[in-house]
Design a protein around this ligand. Structure first.
Ligand code: NAP
Length: 307
């Protein structure tokens, strides 16, 4: 029987682990097969306080994990396949095999990249289609690439990809970007970046590897093929909450609803990070709510009959 189980190993989960471990709650953190959360797929993090010169995302996560381990967090690698929050203690099944029991649960499962839902996008995933410039940019030295989206992620990915690519086309469905001014300016000033406005992707082209993208201008209706060797998606994220459907309150987009800090509608279950935050979605806000979740769990254990 565990006192605190944390699902998720991004900044929210690891910060919850650091605080819970330092409160002598001996937390168990379940990290999925792709551990470390979204920061492991990013490059330079310039806005995480304490790193005046910036730090690489994967390096930041490695440090956070080491810090959680130092204070006695136990780690289990595996995917949580189901949870039962209607019984006490709560039950958590890992990889369909092992059932864990816990008095409190901190959910920090984050959010995953959204795809366009094209069949060729799925077929060519890993063969030129990617949602991670950091992971795959290196493979496209001297090539032409497409990035889809108009937010900060699209600007960041495109800018990063120009380190390798000869040309990066940002395909955006409107004529105005959603990205912050500073990220827009950075992309617009980059000579290797071209904008394809008012356009959507009709298909990803290529037999074994990506060779292009079929583009439709939504104003003129013109359809044309844009050659590219890599196709990067940067159109937002979806919260990883399918496990909790019917058991925890969610908003329309599927984000967990929390009140009074990180409290969900099931006492003893707390949620931190992007899984409950569609607005700020920053590493530092995720870490902040991870800290809150650990403190909320500690108080719950002190005051509730379930503790
Ligand atoms: P986002 O802000 O939600 O932007 C998604 C973009 O993709 C939008 O431009 C949207 O178009 C477009 N889009 C969505 N669905 C689409 C579809 N089906 N087809 C074509 N285009 C589609 O997502 P994000 O860029 O991933 O950023 C998420 C959050 O993280 C934001 O708060 C952002 O500020 C933050 N972030 C910060 C940094 C940084 O500061 N270093 C880096 C990355 C992300 P519309 O504009 O038309 O809706």
């Amino acid at each position: 029987m565990h006192t605190v189980v944390i699902i998720g190993s991004g900044p929210a989960g690891l910060t919850a682990a650091i605080y819970a471990a330092r409160a002598n709650l001996s937390p168990l953190l379940i990290e999925g097969w792709q551990a470390g959360g979204q920061l492991t797929t990013t490059t330079e993090v310039e806005n995480y306080p304490g790193f005046a010169k910036g730090i690489m995302g994967p390096e930041l996560m490695k440090e956070m994990r080491a810090q959680a381990e130092r204070f006695g967090t136990a780690f289990k690698t595996g995917d949580v396949t189901s949870v039962d929050l209607k019984t006490r203690p709560f039950q958590i099944v890992v990889d369909g095999e092992e059932t864990l029991k816990t008095k409190t649960l901190i959910i920090a499962t984050g959010a995953s990249p959204i795809t366009l839902g094209l069949s060729n996008e799925k077929r060519l995933w890993g063969h030129g289609v990617s949602s991670c410039a950091t992971c795959d940019g290196f493979f496209f030295r001297g090539k032409e690439l497409v990035v889809v989206g108009g937010g900060d992620s699209a600007m960041e990915e495109a800018t990063f990809l120009t380190k390798f690519a000869n040309k990066v086309s940002i395909v955006h469905r409107r004529d105005k970007l959603r990205a912050s001014k500073i990220m827009q300016d950075r992309a617009m000033q980059n000579e290797k970046i071209t904008f394809v406005w008012n356009s959507v992707v009709e298909d990803v082209l290529g037999q074994d590897v990506v060779s292009g993208a079929r583009i439709r201008n939504v104003v003129t209706g013109t359809v044309w093929d844009l050659p590219c060797a890599g196709f990067f998606l940067a159109i937002g994220h979806r919260p990883n909450t399918a496990l909790f459907a019917g058991q925890l309150k969610m908003n329309q987009a599927g984000y967990l609803i929390t009140t009074h800090g990180t409290t969900t509608d099931v006492p003893g279950v707390f949620a931190a990070g992007d899984v409950q935050d569609s607005h700020y979605r920053q590493a530092i806000t995720a870490a902040g709510t991870g800290c809150m979740a650990a403190i909320d769990a500690e108080r719950f254990l002190e005051t509730s009959s379930h503790g």
